[in-house]
Design a protein around this ligand. Structure first.
Ligand SMILES: Cc1ncc(COP(=O)(O)O)c(C=O)c1O
Length: 387
C-alpha cells in the first residue's frame, strides 16, 4: 500500500499545540509532532471504538502487553515478560516518576547536555540534584557528530548520584548510540552503581539502515538496573492520545516506580490503548514508508543547508525527525526568537536543551516536503543577509 506523506492537512482550528500556539503567519517547525495523518489501521480502530459509544473505565490491555513482549523479542532479541511492563500516560511523566522513584531527596541525577528539556527539570521537580556534562562534539567540514562525554560524566558523578538519564535515540542531536557506546555507558553505570533510565521514545524513527539497541537488551545485568521508557506516540503521530509504557525487569525497581505513581498518575486513556495496540500490531508497512519519507526529508534539508546556508553547521540525524542547526555564527543570543520575528518561522531555541545548546536551533522535518521547503526558504531569506 502507498501512503501520501505529501498531503497538507489543515491543523489550525484543532487546538494543536504546534499550530495554534503562534499567530497564523508563523510556520511551525518546533514541537516534536508530525504533520502526517496517523496510519489507517489506527484511525479505523479508533473509529470502531468510538462507534461502540461507551467510554467507561478501562483495564490494562493484556493483548497490548503480549504484543509488546513479542515486539521486543522480534526487533531487538530482548526477552521481557508482560509483568515487566508498566503503562504510563506520557514520558515526561515517566522522567519525573523515575526521578522520584530512585534515591532520596537531594540525591544526584546525571545527564549529558544538550538534551530534551524535561531531562533538566524532572530531577529538580522531584527534589533531586542535577549533575551534568556536555556531550562531546566533533566537526567534519560543517557536519557535527555528537558522542557521550565519558570524561565529563566521570568528573560530574558524585557519591550520592543514583540515576543516569539517557536519551537514545537522542533529541536533539539525532544520534542512535552504537553497541560500543552503550556498553561503555552501561559499564560506567555499573561501576558507579547508578540506575539507568533510558528514554527511547524515538526508537522507531530510524533513518537509513540505522538500528536501535535498547540499553537494557545488552545483558541481564544491565536490564536489572534499567528502566526503559517507550511509546507509540512519536512514531505513529499519536502523542495527543497519551499512551506510553516503561519496561522494568527488576521487581524491586518496578515496585518503587509503582509506589511513586500511586494515586497521582492516571491510567492510560482507553482510546490511547486502542491506538497503541493497532500501531504495534498492524502498522509495519506504514512505518517503513514513513522512515523512507523522513530519510528523504533529512537528506533534502541537509543538502539545502550545505548549499544555501554557508555559515551554518548541522547534524545529520541517524534517527528522529529533528535537525540541530548551529547558528552561533549569527552572534544572536536567541536565534529562534530572531527567526520568529524576522522569518515568521517557529523552531526551538537551543538553550532550552541545556549547556552546549546556546546559539543552536532545532528544526522539525516531520512534515510534507513542501512545508519543509517553505521553512528552509524562510530560514535562508533571513540568514542570507546575516551569516
Ligand atoms: C526524548 C523525549 N522524551 C519525551 C518526550 C515527550 O513525551 P510525552 O509527550 O509522552 O510526555 C519527547 C517529546 O518530544 C521527547 O523528545
Amino acid at each position: 500500500m502507498s501512503y501520501d506523506f505529501d498531503r497538507q492537512i489543515e491543523r489550525r482550528g484543532t487546538d494543536s499545540a504546534k499550530w495554534s500556539y503562534f499567530p497564523a503567519d508563523v510556520l511551525p517547525m518546533w514541537v516534536a509532532d508530525m504533520d502526517f495523518a496517523s496510519p489507517p489501521p489506527i484511525i479505523e480502530a479508533l473509529a470502531a471504538r468510538v462507534q461502540q459509544g461507551v467510554f467507561g473505565y478501562g483495564m490494562e490491555s493484556k493483548t497490548l502487553k503480549q504484543t509488546l513482549v513479542e515486539r521486543m523479542e522480534r526487533l531487538y532479541g530482548w526477552t521481557i515478560k508482560p509483568d515487566d511492563l508498566v503503562y504510563l500516560p506520557g514520558l515526561v511523566s515517566g522522567l519525573n516518576i523515575v526521578s522520584r522513584a530512585v534515591g532520596e531527596r537531594g540525591d544526584g541525577v546525571l545527564i549529558n547536555t544538550p538534551v530534551y528539556g524535561p531531562f533538566l527539570t524532572a530531577p529538580a521537580n522531584q527534589y533531586r540534584t542535577l549533575q551534568s556534562a556536555p556531550l562531546n562534539v566533533a566537526q567534519t567540514g560543517r557536519r557535527l557528530h555528537y558522542e557521550l562525554n565519558m570524561d565529563g560524566l566521570a568528573a560530574a558523578v558524585q557519591p550520592h548520584t543514583k540515576l543516569f538519564l539517557l536519551c537514545n535515540p537522542h533529541n536533539p542531536v539525532g544520534r542512535a548510540f552504537t553497541h560500543a557506546e552503550l556498553s561503555e555507558i552501561a559499564a560506567f553505570c555499573v561501576s558507579h552503581d547508578l540506575v539507568i533510565c533510558s528514554d527511547e521514545i524515538h526508537c522507531d524513527l530510524l533513518l537509513d539502515g540505522t538500528q536501535h539497541i535498547p540499553i537494557a537488551s545488552l545483558s541481564p545485568e544491565i536490564a536489572q538496573r534499567t528502566i526503559t521508557l517507550m511509546a507509540p506516540s512519536k512514531t505513529f503521530n499519536i502523542p495527543g492520545l497519551g499512551a506510553s509504557f516503561a519496561v522494568v525487569q527488576n521487581p524491586t525497581l518496578r515496585k518503587q516506580l509503582e509506589a511513586a505513581m500511586a494515586g497521582i498518575v492516571p491510567h492510560v486513556n482507553i482510546l490511547g490503548m486502542v491506538a497503541a495496540e493497532a500501531a504495534y500490531a498492524r502498522c509495519d508497512d506504514w512505518l517503513a514508508a514513513l522512515r523512507a519519507y523522513l530519510t528523504a526529508n533529512r537528506d533534502f534539508a541537509v543538502e539545502y543547508v550545505e548549499t544555501h546556508l554557508p555559515g551554518v553547521n548541522y547534524t545529520v540525524p541517524e534517527a528522529t525527525y529533528l535537525l540541530w542547526l548551529d547558528l552561533r555564527g549569527l552572534g544572536e543570543a536567541k536565534p529562534a526568537e530572531m527567526l520568529m520575528q524576522q522569518a515568521k518561522l517557529a523552531v526551538n531555541e537551543g538553550a532550552w536543551f541545556g549547556e552546549g545548546g546556546e546559539g543552536f536551533v532545532r528544526l522539525n522535518f516531520g512534515c510534507p516536503r513542501s512545508t519543509l521547503e517553505e521553512g528552509l526558504r524562510r530560514l535562508c531569506a533571513v540568514l542570507e543577509q546575516r551569516v
